[in-house]
Design a protein around this ligand. Structure first.
Ligand code: CTP
Ligand code: CA
Length: 220
């Protein structure tokens, strides 16, 4: 069924979503990034808007159209994503962190392109520093929105995801098996909160996003 016929379960609510990867520059022409198409996060932003929410989408570098009615802010790095999210997070009722945030960034960005060594052997050593944990920072605000995390795990899905939910101090985590789902149009999700586990069986990402929005609406 179409966008207009979705039940307006989030009418009057404000929803903040992060999506896509972040890109951490090494020099003006190079960087490190994570694998993420942004499709799941964009589908969730769309589903939240269809459900009547006012939606803000903070997007890393992805090639996807902005869903109808969604306010989009583009960022590149984890620090930029953090700085875009934190000042506005408390104004939202729900925060859904789908972004594949790079855990580390190069400690220093070279002003000019790093040149290959004359000896044809020596490779640059890139010192790294940890990025801020955006989801944890939002969950620790004095009046946090309802926080939903995502966890892509390669094994022991439920166990690792539940440990992550507790570590981050969030009420709900959505687990999926990665990297099997990366870039695909379909996915399967496992929802874990303090008392229940529920599987959303394999479907296209928009259908799953609509189901997830329904699940969130009954929890807030
Ligand atoms: N996340 C975030 N900021 C970060 C890292 C992660 O907001 N710097 C969010 C992700 O958007 C996701 C959740 O935290 O919703 C879990 O991300 P994940 O990478 O699985 O967790 P980490 O705590 O980084 O643990 P690890 O990568 O070591 O498994
Ligand atoms: Ca991580």
């Amino acid at each position: 069924i179409g966008a207009h016929f979705q039940p307006k379960v989030l009418r009057g609510k404000r929803v903040l979503v992060t999506a896509g990867p972040t890109f951490e520059p090494i020099d003006p022409v190079r960087g490190i990034t994570n694998l993420s198409s942004g499709k799941m996060g964009f589908a969730i932003a769309r589903a939240a808007a269809e459900a009547g929410a006012e939606v803000t989408l903070i997007a890393g570098p992805v090639v996807l159209p902005t869903p109808a009615g969604v306010q989009r802010i583009d960022v590149q790095t984890a620090v930029q994503m953090h700085d875009a999210v934190l000042p506005i997070a408390a104004k939202h009722d729900v925060f859904i962190a789908t972004a594949a945030v790079a855990d580390w960034r190069p400690a220093a960005v070279h002003a000019h392109k790093i040149k290959k060594a004359e000896d044809g052997i020596t490779a640059p050593q890139i010192a790294m520093t940890e990025n801020p944990d955006i989801l944890r920072a939002v969950a620790q605000l004095p009046q946090p929105p309802y926080c939903v995390g995502f966890a892509a795990e390669s094994e022991k899905l439920a166990e690792h995801a539940e440990a992550k939910r507790r570590r981050k101090g969030i009420p709900l985590i959505v687990a999926n098996l990665g990297p099997a789902t990366f870039g695909r149009d379909d996915n399967a999700l496992l929802l874990i909160d303090a008392t229940t586990q529920r599987e959303l069986s394999r479907a296209d990402k928009l259908s799953l996003a609509r189901e997830l929005i329904q699940e969130i609406s009954v929890r807030i």
